[in-house]
Ligand binder design. Sequence first.
Ligand SMILES: O=C([O-])C(=O)C[C@H](O)[C@@H](O)C(=O)[O-]
Ligand SMILES: [Mg+2]
Length: 423
Amino acid sequence: MVQDRVTRITTTPVAFHDLPLLNTVGVHEPYALRAIVEVETADGLTGLGETYGDEAHLARLRAAADALIGTEIFDLNDAAARVTQVLAADTTTGGHGMSGMVTGSSTADRVLSPFEVALLDIQGKAVGRPVSDLLGGRLRDRVAYSGYLFYKWAGHPGAPADEWGAALDPEGIVAQARTMIDRYGFGALKLKGGVLPPEEEIAAILALRAEFPDLPLRLDPNAAWTVETSVMVGKALAGVLEYLEDPTPGIEGMAEVARQVPMPLATNMCVVAFDDVPPAVRADAVGVVLSDHHFWGGLRRSQLLGGLCRTFGLGLSMHSNSHLGISLAAMTHLAAATPNLDYACDTHWPWKRADEDVIKPGAIGFADGAVAVPDGPGLGVELDREALGRLHEQYLSCGLRNRDDTGYMRTIDPSYRAVSPRW
Ligand SMILES: O=C([O-])C(=O)C[C@H](O)[C@@H](O)C(=O)[O-]
Ligand SMILES: [Mg+2]
């Protein structure tokens, strides 16, 4: 019988270049932060996990790492119990790694996630099978992702224009979509909204529809709108959007909008933990839940969410934040093994530099808008230690320690305020 125990865990914060992508709470800083988790075992196996890199989260990861020494590699229930126990007394706040919005997602689930992924990576290596097999078997060999469009400035203030240039009107968004489709082949598009007045974002979606008549389209203003504005947008885009994502804050507001607009509402803001599912179902607030293994507690818990969505007749999609290749591998294995993942998954992949990652090149990438499920054992990706060292040095020298889209925006426009709803 395969038996092995965790002997050592290393957590390394890294920073990689990011572009000035606008959202309703500000703008992405020049670097995105992530933490890379390496779990080692007595038998010499190593598993990888990737998660947010904010300071408070790093401190919790390190506390959890100490508590996980000795865990048997197949005992994910014990791993979860150890993390929950060590965080029971945690009173620190922040460090959720999201775009400035306080979410009700579970701290213990966020901390558990990279360790669960790393343990699954180790299990896969121990038995010589990909993680998707450990999750019940792959149902598809390729996982479709959507092209994630952002309003953006030409470059970070004070820096030259980046290769994408500015996108601040419908023409700019259509040009960005064209480039993204040419490079990656995406078969669905999502626009990050909540940045410009809603009429301008409606115009951008209509311009995308005119340019790409067959592609499913989504709009996500991250709760930037009142119920009235959301209903106005939903009616204006009837028959155009496959779903409208988080138009307004809270389950009640979403339920009110859902009653009045023709398309399903999706969320990664008002259903972010298991406790949110019953009230959202009772209120009929959402038609689609965006899972995200980084805050739902890992891959198996995300599958549990998938089961709940199926039970209650909800659609299932997948959310992303700025991420590297370990997360892409984990997202792809999860999606491949989740029967009711009905939509192309979100990814921020096109926004990172092709030469910046912590995994060795070649194991994972995009073709025709999809990622082939890696065949190797575990996650099927390998750590590039030299690259990890480089991105860690970049973390040390870049000076950023927490994601702060609002703070960065205020260095450029001191009068800027993050308010929800804004329109
Ligand atoms: O679907 C979403 O809400 C996101 O992708 C959240 C992200 O934080 C996004 O707003 C971003 O990267 O600015
Ligand atoms: Mg969203």
